[in-house]
Design a protein around this ligand. Structure first.
Ligand code: PLP
Length: 393
């Protein structure tokens, strides 16, 4: 009677959301301090002061009809101009306000660009592990997600990407700093990817596009990643203020189509069309203004780094095999048995809420979100040690 695909999607919540809801119920039962909830990537570090300052200033100074009114669908002209200027000056690449579309966060940026870009059955290559919603978003846009392996450090495997390219390949979708592995792709590997795509474009009518999903761009513990538009012309950058300035619930981000992209204007029109078809009337106007006035600001990355050091150090000392997070706020750890779901169930008995890696496109690992209070990590360590001992490892 209803749309079966939608019903299925809604009934089977994502593994992350499922665990998050379980955690909330469990906290009510036994007290929040007794549950070690590492399920979701909800930033715990407060937004930088500019966010509150700008919110208060705008609320006081803006006429009401402007403050809460609609903007044009792609966003306020002055906000789109501010984003374009920021990209030009921070990353030294050409950018035009006409090619910036303000969205309700990276999720909306992804659904917008994928619907705009994909013809039925076209393929999007994604290095695994990857953010689970990519499968939903690519599928909903009528495309096919083609998963490729990464190297042992979860960095790009260019040979695997080359091997996956077919005449139906429309785009390669990369996410660095990465959720769930924390990998930050080096300038060299991104330039290598750019060269590979240029080579594969020879003889093609339409180039392969590079979609860079960058909600964690500034959350980096190594050299910051190169700006993808600087390594490849046919690039679209998807950004979100959810993580960098801790505005996950406010739903604000953007799509930036490089002016050097083949058919940039047509692609941008298609993004506007996708927004219209999806009913995204406009991104929240208050937060368009706040974000534009806080460009370049970042929440306290030092707090995440301190969490990373504590967790990575302690778990490695206990004997767990972890990959060192170079960015974002996730630690990817090998499960102590091949079945990551079974391992996470046993972890739950110790009140440790870890996300099994299966929905990220690989088996045998867990994701630990360390955007939590330091005290949660400190209190969880005996539970991690007990879990390790239980396996006689
Ligand atoms: N892309 C990646 C890699 C993410 O990790 C997330 C959220 O966790 C998103 C996109 C969606 O972010 P937003 O809250 O901006 O929609």
């Amino acid at each position: 009677m209803f749309n079966q695909d939608m019903q299925k999607l809604g009934a089977a919540r994502s593994a992350i959301r499922e665990l998050f809801e379980y955690g909330n119920a469990r906290k009510k039962e036994i007290g929040a301090e007794n549950v070690y909830d590492f399920s979701i990537g909800n930033p715990n570090v407060p937004a930088p002061a500019c966010v509150t300052d700008e919110m208060l200033r705008l609320i006081r100074e803006m006429p009401a009809e402007k403050l809460h009114g609609y903007s044009s669908a792609p966003g306020l002209p002055e906000v789109r101009a501010a984003v374009a200027n920021y990209i030009q000056s921070a990353f030294g690449v050409p950018m035009s306000a006409d090619l910036v579309y303000m969205t309700c966060g990276a999720s909306a940026s992804l659904t917008g660009i994928l619907s705009a870009m994909l013809l039925p059955g076209e393929e999007v290559i994604v290095p695994a592990p990857f953010f689970p919603e990519y499968s939903v978003f690519v599928g909903q846009a009528g495309g096919k997600l083609v998963k490729v392996a990464t190297d042992p450090r979860f960095h790009l495997d260019l040979e695997a990407i080359e091997g996956a390219i077919t005449p139906r390949t429309k785009a390669v979708l990369v996410n660095s700093p990465n959720n769930p592995t924390g990998a930050v792709y080096s300038e060299e590997e991104m330039r290598g990817l750019g060269r590979l795509l240029e080579r594969k474009n020879i003889g093609r009518k339409t180039p392969i596009f590079l979609i860079a999903d960058e909600p964690y761009r500034e959350l980096c513990y190594v050299d910051p990643p190169v700006f993808p538009m600087a390594v490849y012309p046919h690039t679209v950058v998807l950004y979100s203020f959810s993580k960098s300035i801790s505005l996950a619930g406010e739903r604000i981000g953007y799509i930036a189509v490089s002016p050097q992209c083949a058919g940039a204007k047509d692609l941008f029109d298609a993004v506007c069309g996708a927004g219209r078809a999806h009913g995204f009337v406009c991104a929240p106007t208050l937060f368009q203004r706040v974000a534009a006035n806080c460009l370049g600001q970042v929440s306290d990355v030092g707090a995440y780094k301190a969490n990373r050091d504590l967790l990575y150090g302690a778990l490695s000392d206990m004997g767990y095999t972890c990959s060192v997070p170079e960015g974002a706020f996730y630690l990817f750890m090998k499960a102590l048995e091949p079945d990551a779901k079974a391992f996470c169930e046993r972890a739950k008995a110790h009140e440790l809420l870890l996300v099994p890696s299966d929905s990220f496109g690989v088996g045998g690992y867990v994701r630990i979100s360390f955007c939590v209070a330091r005290s949660v990590i400190e209190r969880s360590l005996p539970a991690f040690a007990a879990l390790f001992q239980e396996y006689g490892a």
